[in-house]
Design a protein around this ligand. Structure first.
Ligand SMILES: C[S@@+](CC[C@H](N)C(=O)[O-])C[C@H]1O[C@@H](n2cnc3c(N)ncnc32)[C@H](O)[C@@H]1O
Ligand code: SF4
Length: 442
């Protein structure tokens, strides 16, 4: 029996939704296994105690979450609350205290820094200065590291851009979503004129932000193939280095997926965007109709061959420090998520959900990450390097089972799952966590 029968498809779509709702890096096992609440001090004490000595994370990343926005867009799937920028200072102070608390553990050089949200550009110039001065004192970065700051057009201004130009940030990601006023109005999103967007991008380039990404969306209320095409063309004219197109997911309403017409419409809009990018010589760098986003590289980016590291390389060997409300952090042996909104720093308050990984779970987690982030491929050399044993030896039965239902093939580099779809990735993830799950589909 096929794994992807229509009747099971819905189930996989739901899994995908759930995974997205809790952020991609969190495998389904997180929702099923028991977790416990801990304080930051307790996590700190547990952090370096790896349960198996063979995994030594090679990469260090730092993520800072700014969970505040001036307004809530009706489509948004992220955790954020409305707050005006002049009220952000206590939160920034908390982040700095949290950073200082971790700073001995945060191994530098860092190869990926990301400040996202919410809307980081809600910060005032003074707060940007204050935060980055405090971080820079203790951080160093690898060559070619990516250091991103997320902004929205209504909260950024020239002064803030110039201030950001003084920091170590080398990449900005600007959320535009659509150039159509009605679509933005429907979504309760502030409307920014095309002139202002052009100005932001031109000044960012002047300052030195060479690597500029723009986020667009498809499937929003009021979007049509015509206005998606028009938005894409207008954005291409602004010449960012990359564009990320998100397919709208209503993560609060999982049954949304049952409306096939809606999915068809989203896919139609996405395909029309594919065509425009192709016509203008842009490369489709990652994603497909099933993934939550698709990334396109400009001809300029292709020329310079700037590529972000594929996540396989980073995810399986990663120490990620997440700072702030709702941020996630993990290393191969444990993961944590801050579960409360607060501006106070208290290292002894139990506000973090912690998941500890046994050695076998660490392996399963690495597989899940590879499936999610490496185009459904399992790299056997990377597995061996990480764990000191062969993937085939540990997961012999699972491989036999997947091969028997034609879901996996062997390639010179490792195993590839045949259907390159997030639904199937979600299902196979469940399989590696809970063997009984796949049994029911045989
Ligand atoms: C944290 S937000 C970006 C920064 C900034 N707050 C803004 O809105 O411009 C990251 C991106 O996620 C995408 N996004 C938000 N909600 C989504 C949803 N429900 N489905 C798909 N993509 C979504 C949007 O494209 C957004 O730019
Ligand atoms: S501004 Fe960005 S993070 Fe805030 S609600 Fe809108 S899409 Fe979400």
């Amino acid at each position: 029996m096929k794994l992807l029968q229509i009747s099971t498809l819905q189930k996989f779509k739901e899994l995908q939704y759930i995974s997205q709702k809790h952020k991609l890096l969190v495998p389904p096992h997180f929702f099923d296994t028991k977790s416990s609440k801990h304080s930051l001090q307790e996590i700190h004490d547990m952090w370096n105690v790896l349960e198996i000595a063979t995994i030594q994370p090679k990469h260090n990343s730092l993520y800072i979450h700014i969970p505040y926005c001036m307004k809530r867009c009706s489509f948004c799937m992220y955790d954020s609350k409305i707050r005006r920028n002049d009220n952000i200072t206590p939160y920034i102070d908390r982040i700095i205290k949290e950073f200082n608390f971790w700073s001995d553990n945060i191994n530098t050089p860092i190869d990926s820094f990301y400040i996202g949200g919410g809307t980081p550009s809600i910060m005032s110039v003074l707060n940007i200065k204050h935060l980055f001065n405090s971080l820079s004192e203790k951080l160093s970065f690898c060559n070619n590291s990516s250091r991103t700051f997320e902004l929205s057009p209504d909260t950024i201004n020239m002064e803030k851009l110039y201030e950001l130009g003084e920091t170590f940030i080398n990449r900005i990601s600007l959320g535009i979503q659509s150039m159509d006023e009605n679509v933005l109005r429907n979504a309760n999103r502030p409307i920014t004129s095309p002139q202002k967007i052009r100005q932001i991008i031109n000044i960012a380039k002047e300052i030195s932000f060479y690597d500029i990404n723009i986020d667009l969306m498809v499937g929003l209320n009021g979007q049509t193939t015509t206005n998606v095409e028009s938005s894409v063309k207008q954005i291409i004219e602004l010449a960012p280095l990359s564009v990320t197109i998100y397919s709208y997911r209503d993560v609060h309403n999982i049954s949304e997926w049952k409306h096939e017409n809606r999915i068809l419409e989203i896919n139609k809009q996405l395909l029309s965007a594919y065509d425009i990018f192709k016509k203008y010589g842009w490369e489709h760098a990652s994603g497909n109709l099933d993934t939550e986003y698709n990334i396109f590289y400009s001809p300029e980016k292709r020329k310079k061959l700037i590529r972000h590291k594929t996540s396989i390389d980073t995810l399986s060997n990663l120490n990620l420090f997440g700072l702030g409300n709702h941020a996630i952090g993990f290393n191969p042996s444990l993961a944590y998520k801050c579960d409360s909104f607060s501006d106070d720093f208290d290292k002894n308050e139990k506000r973090y959900i912690v998941y500890k990984h046994t050695p076998i779970q660490q392996m399963e987690l690495a597989i899940c990450n590879m499936l999610y982030c490496n185009n459904m491929q399992i790299d056997r050399n990377l597995f061996y390097d990480s764990f000191g044993c062969n993937f085939e030896d540990v997961f012999e039965k699972e491989l036999e089972e997947l091969q028997s239902i034609n879901r996996i093939i062997e390639t010179p580099y490792g195993y590839k799952f045949i259907n390159n779809s997030k639904y199937e990735a979600a299902a196979i993830q469940m399989f590696f966590w809970d063997k009984k799950f796949l049994q029911q589909y045989k």
